[in-house]
Design a protein around this ligand. Structure first.
Ligand SMILES: Cc1ncc(COP(=O)(O)O)c(C=O)c1O
Length: 434
């Protein structure tokens, strides 16, 4: 049975692309006019007393334990322990919306939604799969991809990963991507795809030319009538280390590309602001001809998913980040740039090492030009190589699958990069010799 409030939202979205792409859960979800909505109303109008929310207050301020209070002197009690609104602090959402537009000038004319705060990007990706992916449906994704995708898509949602061998010798295998998109479009009439650039685990981002071609092929299937969901996982946004890489998120081009394309940007403070464990991500919607009313309905569906899983994101984290963004002044961009330069320096060292080993018979670096990682296609078992590296050389790396070893150069101190890569090649050669 569809709840009356769910029906209202579904009616609003009925003739839109996101409406057509909603999953069963997506259709069922609604944001109740219950505690949260009534509490927000009372906050505004209760002049004598507010008896709505399950919190303990004294003279309109939340009680807070001194030992906790003292840890965070820059924030008020309310900024630490109060519940945050389900979609996140309005000021933080507005600020992030401005940042998205600043970093992606091609969005200039696109009407996009206000970002919704999620507990890290993972929650954003997971809730989007809840909203738009049904059991048995396919989410097209690069192979290899971040190992949390199959966990979310297959184990959790009961859907299917549609893996595309998207990375050729020198860059993106556009024809493999085109085949995957067109086959799915012809088979089912709709496409759901997640694009993650800079990519985990390869560390590849499209060049401007490749980005243009990817967007063109998405437009092509949309023009043929295919409803297309594009999830842009921008976890590592901004970490581009070569000049020919596309500067903007693909979301900037897809948010207004065709009525049949519904684009979602998933990004956040996690990697962009070096705040990995703080758990602050954002989900932002974009689609041609979607109005403020449509976005409001989509945000309510998103809030319903948040309310029914984690209820809301951490207040203290949102306030700390908000304070950082608004009080960081000129030093913040400079400091971020300096951190970025550290990672770029590590990229350059790793790059130089593997370039010098070009043509190695056992280890072929997959194309990489950005982000935190690079991966080797291995002519030996990647797990055996990982074990040998760890136990023989004291070096940790990740065996992504039997043929792929991922190295996070981002986390390697400059002084040990050559040593780490020497160990990788040596370990591979020793394994092959045995
Ligand atoms: C491609 C990709 N997407 C999303 C995430 C998740 O980010 P978060 O830690 O904010 O959940 C990661 C983190 O490693 C990632 O590599």
């Amino acid at each position: 049975m569809e709840h009356e409030l769910a029906r209202e939202l579904n009616d609003i979205l009925r003739d839109t692309t996101p409406g057509a792409l909603l999953s069963g859960i997506g259709r069922r979800l609604y944001f109740p006019k219950g505690i949260i909505a009534q509490g927000a109303e009372a906050k505004q109008f209760s002049t004598l007393a507010n008896g709505t929310l399950g919190v303990a207050e004294k003279q309109k301020k939340p009680l807070i334990l001194r030992a906790l209070r003292e840890q965070i002197p820059g924030l008020s009690a309310g900024e630490i322990v109060s519940y945050a609104p389900t979609a996140g602090l309005p000021a933080l959402r507005e600020l992030w919306a401005g940042e998205i537009r600043r970093k992606n000038p091609s969005l200039e004319k696109a009407a996009i939604s206000l970002p919704v705060v999620t507990a890290g990007l993972t929650e954003g990706i997971s809730l989007l799969c809840d909203l738009f992916l049904d059991e048995g449906q396919t989410l097209i994704a690069a192979n290899p991809s971040w190992d949390n995708y199959p966990l979310i898509v297959e184990a959790r949602r009961g859907a299917r990963m549609g893996p595309v061998d998207m990375f050729g010798k020198d860059g993106i295998d556009l024809s493999a991507l085109r085949t995957a998109l067109t086959c799915e479009a012809e088979k089912t009439g709709s496409v759901r795809v997640i694009l993650n650039f800079p990519h985990n685990p390869t560390g590849y981002s499209p060049t401007r030319k490749e980005a243009g071609e990817i967007c063109a092929m998405i437009r092509e299937i949309a023009e043929k009538g295919c409803k297309t969901l594009v999830l842009c996982d921008d976890a590592y946004f901004g970490l581009r280390f070569e000049d020919d890489i596309e500067e903007q998120s693909l979301f900037a081009y897809l948010a207004d590309i065709h009525e049949n394309v519904f684009a979602v940007k998933i990004d956040g403070a996690t990697k962009e602001d070096f705040a990995w464990g703080m758990r602050c991500g954002f989900v932002t919607f974009g689609g041609k001809k979607l109005s403020a009313v449509h976005y409001d309905a989509l945000i309510k569906k998103t809030m319903a998913s948040i309310r029914s899983t984690i209820s809301c994101s951490s207040t203290v984290v949102q306030n700390l980040l908000l304070k950082m963004y608004s009080t960081g002044g000129d030093t913040l961009p400079a400091e971020k740039a300096a951190f970025r330069d550290i990672i770029e320096g590590r990229y350059k060292k790793a790059r130089a090492f593997v370039d010098a080993k070009k043509g190695h018979p056992l280890l072929r670096p997959m194309p990489f030009n950005s982000g935190y990682f690079m991966s080797f296609r291995c002519g030996i078992d990647a797990e055996a190589l990982r074990q040998k590296l760890l136990h023989g050389y004291g070096v940790g790396a990740i065996a992504i699958d039997p043929h792929t070893l991922r190295v996070a150069f981002s986390g390697l101190d400059d002084e040990c990069i050559n040593e780490v890569y020497t160990a990788i090649y040596r370990a591979a050669e020793e394994l092959a010799a045995n």
